[in-house]
Design a binder for this molecule. Structure first.
Ligand code: SF4
Length: 104
């Protein structure tokens, strides 16, 4: 996977690049069957589009890489979209709790 100019701006740390590559490899192993690859717009729906968000959250549950996806989004404070079955605000709550416990 090559890094584009846009990706360099998106990634803040070398660790984030490594974690992204790990996630991307796992996603590529699953391929086009990933729910978020079948309906990507639903995963970045506006917060008032509750039906889309609900659909995306539900579709994530059986995803074979949900755990690694969620860990990436929480660890790197992904600021948009549904990742690993959680919205931005849900992930922020988890981050807050992990920080309070000294785990992040
Ligand atoms: S868990 Fe992550 S990779 Fe799987 S469908 Fe949801 S957003 Fe996509």
């Amino acid at each position: 996977m090559s890094e584009t100019k846009g990706e360099r701006r998106y990634f803040r740390t070398t660790q984030q690049v490594k974690d992204w590559k790990t996630l991307a490899r796992a996603a590529d192993e699953v391929g086009d069957n990933l729910p978020c690859r079948q309906a990507p717009d639903l995963y970045y729906a506006a917060m008032n589009e509750t039906q889309h968000i609900r659909y995306a959250k539900k579709a994530c549950q059986p995803c074979p890489i949900r755990e690694i996806c969620l860990q990436y989004a929480i660890k790197h404070n992904e600021g948009e979209g549904v990742w690993g079955g959680m919205t931005v605000s849900e992930r922020k709550n988890v981050r807050r709790q992990l920080k309070a416990e000294g785990k992040l």
